[in-house]
Design a protein around this ligand. Structure first.
Ligand SMILES: Cc1cc2nc3c(=O)[nH]c(=O)nc-3n(C[C@H](O)[C@H](O)[C@H](O)COP(=O)(O)OP(=O)(O)OC[C@H]3O[C@@H](n4cnc5c(N)ncnc54)[C@H](O)[C@@H]3O)c2cc1C
Length: 502
């Protein structure tokens, strides 16, 4: 069955009840056609679950069955789709089908499903914590964020790239958030790869290719704008700032989070706690002991400056990457008048010089001018940069943990799996985590099962992305990119239906 037949020019899948009836006709003769006639047209983008009311299948456990339903999951990935059909007459209170009996869309289904927890404390208001709150609240769970900083704002971040997999995960919870990210960022730019001498090795339209191939674009956006957009999607009274977690303790009925708030200490108990407190997570070390991030053997310098300060002929709106002998230059130009650059240098290629910390911003700029003096574009950009804007950081990552959950506390985002920035996937993975966790909490029979499924569902993927992010030079296969970018929340629905059927 091909969804392309139903796809409109703007990428939507528009299904009229009559089309739907055809699909059903050809795939299942058990559904009452009468319930499919009339009613609204479903306008769908990407992937959707239909919950369709049907007639009682005649020979299946009639004594337990008050209302039989047909769950039709249509997975639209790219141009093709598969139809999974299941019928159920289970009256168990946890049965997805019964809980969603009168609903006709995935959102409605999510809203009406009863979650295994009603309240969650999230430690950390970064991109991971905020996106998890959006996902959880969408499913009716009261998610409260506790952030150590005075405000939830961009901080020292510079620019971030969001990819189709992350956008799709966010889109599943709130399409308006993705629309705002697109509007505040740039979703249609050229990408070029240059030699250090400035010769073009290749040029293509990466964002457009991504949108056409994977259904969502690549969006380059200033960090603080991304954070603000996610933050606006979480109600004010659910975000608590100046709360610094310093310990976690647990007993049978909950997890206690110990916070410092100015001179006070405050303990908050919750049926579920999520540690989204980043690579140096306190929640993680409270649960599993100290686990140090891994030094990746390179230093990265980055800054955001005004685009009009750089007039080099090679600078066009888009991304530019150059890499040679352990040195890399990555530039994104034209994000609402800004130019972002990142230089990195390995310890190995610099005889250990990359390890040395700069003594002052001015010395740092001079060092970089020296290290990249034979790269004309790099020199031009450095000369245009105020040294006080340059951030100098070692590149860190963390082996994906064997265990993310202890009792009713789990980890999400960098706290569980910090990857290097080589693929720009850290935040995107965190968005996926939030999507899976919220889904499992609202579709599993109990909290333990939900957290187990969440971890099982995420670990292998995080490990593969972490491995592929180890190297900054791309010798990754197209299969890998296809696998990475086609992450689709509707796969979760398919997995769950398999659980229900097995
Ligand atoms: C140079 C660089 C470039 C990157 N580029 C990209 C990119 O292009 N695309 C991408 O997807 N990813 C990118 N990443 C990775 C991305 O930044 C992270 O993966 C992402 O920010 C992780 O989100 P998080 O919410 O898990 O953690 P964080 O963003 O670290 O947020 C953690 C939050 O928890 C708070 N917190 C910490 N400790 C406590 C505590 N004890 N109590 C309360 N609150 C606490 C922090 O203040 C912070 O707000 C990049 C990373 C780097 C370093």
């Amino acid at each position: 069955m091909h969804a392309s037949k139903y796809r409109t020019s703007d990428g939507h899948v528009k299904i009229q009840p009559s089309h739907f009836k055809n699909i059903i006709d050809t795939n299942c003769d058990q559904i009452s056609h009468s319930v499919l006639s009339g009613g609204p047209a479903w306008d769908l983008k990407g992937c959707t679950t239909f919950f369709v009311k049907g007639r009682k299948p005649s020979k299946r456990k009639p004594d337990r069955c008050e209302l039989s339903l047909c769950v039709v999951v249509m997975l639209c990935a790219g141009a093709s789709a598969s139809l999974v059909f299941a019928s159920s007459c289970c009256s168990s209170p946890r049965c997805l089908v019964n809980r969603c009996s009168n609903k006709t869309s995935m959102d409605d289904a999510a809203c009406c499903s009863k979650s295994v927890v009603d309240r969650v404390v999230i430690v950390g208001g970064g991109l991971g914590g905020l996106s998890a709150a959006i996902q959880l609240r969408k499913r009716g769970i009261d998610a409260q964020i506790y952030e150590k900083n005075e405000s939830i704002s961009g901080g020292e971040g510079t620019l971030i790239s969001l990819f189709p997999n992350g956008c799709r995960a966010l889109n599943d919870a709130d399409p308006s958030v993705v629309q705002k990210l697109r509007a505040a960022g740039v979703a249609n730019m050229k990408s070029s790869v240059l030699t250090p001498e400035g010769n073009k090795i290749g040029e293509w339209s990466l964002s457009r290719h991504m949108e056409e191939t994977y259904g969502q674009p690549m969006v380059a956006i200033l960090w603080r704008n991304a954070l603000n957009i996610l933050s606006e999607a979480v109600p004010k009274d659910c975000k608590h700032t100046n709360f610094e977690c310093y310990d976690i303790t647990q007993d049978e009925d909950g997890t206690c989070v110990h916070f410092k708030k100015e001179s006070e200490t405050i303990v908050i108990k919750a049926p579920l706690v999520i540690g989204a407190d980043g690579i140096h997570s306190v929640v993680r070390s409270s649960l599993f002991g100290p686990i140090k991030p891994r030094d990746n053997g390179r230093t990265m310098w980055r800054a955001v400056i005004e685009s009009n300060l750089c007039t080099h002929k090679l600078l066009d709106t888009g991304t530019i990457a150059t890499t040679a002998n352990g040195r890399t230059l990555f530039v994104v130009n034209g994000v609402h008048g800004k130019l972002y650059w990142a230089f990195s240098l390995t310890d190995e290629s610099s005889d250990g010089r990359a390890k040395l910390r700069s003594k002052s911003p001015l010395e740092m700029k001079e060092r970089l001018l020296e290290e990249f003096k034979d790269w004309e574009l790099a020199t031009h950009i450095l000369q245009a940069t105020d040294p006080n804007l340059i951030l100098e950081r070692r590149v860190l990552d963390m082996p994906v943990l064997h265990q993310w959950t202890k009792g009713n506390c789990t980890l999400l985002g960098d706290a569980a799996h910090a990857v290097t920035p080589a693929l720009g996937q850290g935040a995107n993975l965190a968005f996926e985590d939030g999507c899976e966790l919220a889904f499992q909490l609202s579709s599993s029979p109990d909290l333990r099962t939900a957290l187990g499924r969440y971890e099982d569902g995420r670990r292998a993927r995080a490990i593969r992305v972490a491995e592929q992010s180890q190297s900054s030079v791309g010798n990754r296969s197209q299969d890998f990119y296809d696998w990475l970018y086609t992450y689709n929340p509707s796969d979760l629905h398919e997995r769950m239906i398999s659980h229900h059927l097995s």
